[in-house]
Each structure stands twice: as C-alpha cells, then as structure tokens.
Design a protein around this ligand. Sequence first.
Ligand SMILES: [Zn+2]
Length: 273
Amino acid sequence: MSGAAADTAAVVLGGVLLGLLGLAVGSFLNVVIYRVPEGRSIVRPPSACPGCGTPISARDNIPVVSWILLRGRCRTCGERISARYPLVELLTAIVWLALAWWAVAADHLPLLPWLLVLGSACVALTFIDLEHHRLPDAIVLKLYPIGVVGLIVAGLLSGEWPLAAAGIGVAVWLVVIGGVWFISGGRGMGFGDVKIAPILGATLGWVGVPAAVVGLFSAFALGAITGIVLMIARRAGRKSAIPFGPFLVLGAGIGLVLGDAIWTGYLAMIGLS
Ligand SMILES: [Zn+2]
C-alpha cells in the first residue's frame, strides 16, 4: 500500500471504530436516560421490556439494527419501543465522530478523551431535560472530577495549560447563567443549568475565550429563536417553560466548532480586525 492509501485506510478504520463505539455508548445512554431520573441503578437489573418484563436478549440489543429488525416492537409482547432508542444511539455516534473530526482538524487531540465523555453526558442530559425539565446531579456533579482529570490529561499530553482562558470561560458562563437564574427567580433557568455552566465554560475556555463567548451567546440566541417560534406556532404562553439545557449543549457545540470563525468574522464586521 502507498503512504496515502495507508493513511486513508487508517482514517476510515478509525472512523468506523469510533462510530461503532459511539453506537455502543449510545445504547448505554438509553439506560441512563430511562433510569437516572427515576433514581434507579444503571447497572442492575439488566434491561427488560417495560411492557412484559422480558429481559432484552443480546440479539435484540444491537444498537439501531435490532430496533429496525423488530420494527420498533418488543419480540415477546409486541409493545412499541420508542424511536428515541435508535435516535440516541445514532446521535451519540454522530457526536463522537464530529468531536473526533474537530479534535484532529483543530489540533486539539489531547482534549478528545474528555470531550467524548462530556459529549456523551450532554446527549443524555439533553433528552432527560426535554422529558423531565431537569439536569440530574447524579450526572452533572460527576462531570466535575472527571472534567478536572480530563483537562489535566489534555494539559500533560499537549504541554499547554490555558488556565487563564479556562478561568475566564468559567467566569463568563457562571456569571451570565447564574445571573439569569438569580434575576428570574429560577424561572428563566433551572439551577441545573447553573451547575453545568462552569463545566461547559471551562472546557470551551480551554479551547479559547472566543469559543466560550460564542458558545454562550449561541445558547441564548437559539433559546430565544426557539421560544419565539414556539410562541407563534402554539401560541405558547410565557408559562409553558422550555428547558434550557439543550440550548446550553447546542450552544457549547457551536462555540467549540465555530467559535474562532464566528469571533473573527464578528471582529471584522465591526471593523476591529
Ligand atoms: Zn414486551
């Protein structure tokens, strides 16, 4: 094989492996999304059909494939299995591939292990927040020690310690999200949003202050646009609360991938560069 062909083969193989791992992690996240809000163990008992209680066999537990083969129904009782299951699996695989692609393209490979953990947690938190309107401590608080270790690993591998930028990221996210929470008396934002803000702010700040600022701004812009669209479409009153967690996650994703480009474009637009 020539060098270029070998490189291409390595990229394809790496992508396939990451995608498969993402699917498997997504399958685990389905258990997290279903059980953590109920305060149940994510380890035991093994997954069973909520309709008939029959344990899910290995052949019916293959991400995405089993759901399609079973046409979204339990093999034993025929109870519908939500499309959320294959959706979460696919989405997790896409998030994993996107983060890996970004880490390579932006030369931030040392940050990838932590980003994969955080990205996976964010998938689970998004679906839990949409359904239950909260971000459980059982997930959010665990991200603090894991995040510290993840950033230390990134620092050791890269030899770079952007602690000041990470600190600015934490401060900006915490002051703005915490401020909205405090001023709105917890109506505009839940305390779960305040608790996850430093984690997202530190990670984005580690990449750069533009990522942290653009991410935060994107979260509010997406939230505002969605709120207005929903209000027009459903005439949703101000009382019908929309969980803010998914916007924080989406905004953080935009800040990570597009932060520098948007920041540079903005500075050029207002004539500062
Ligand atoms: Zn069943």
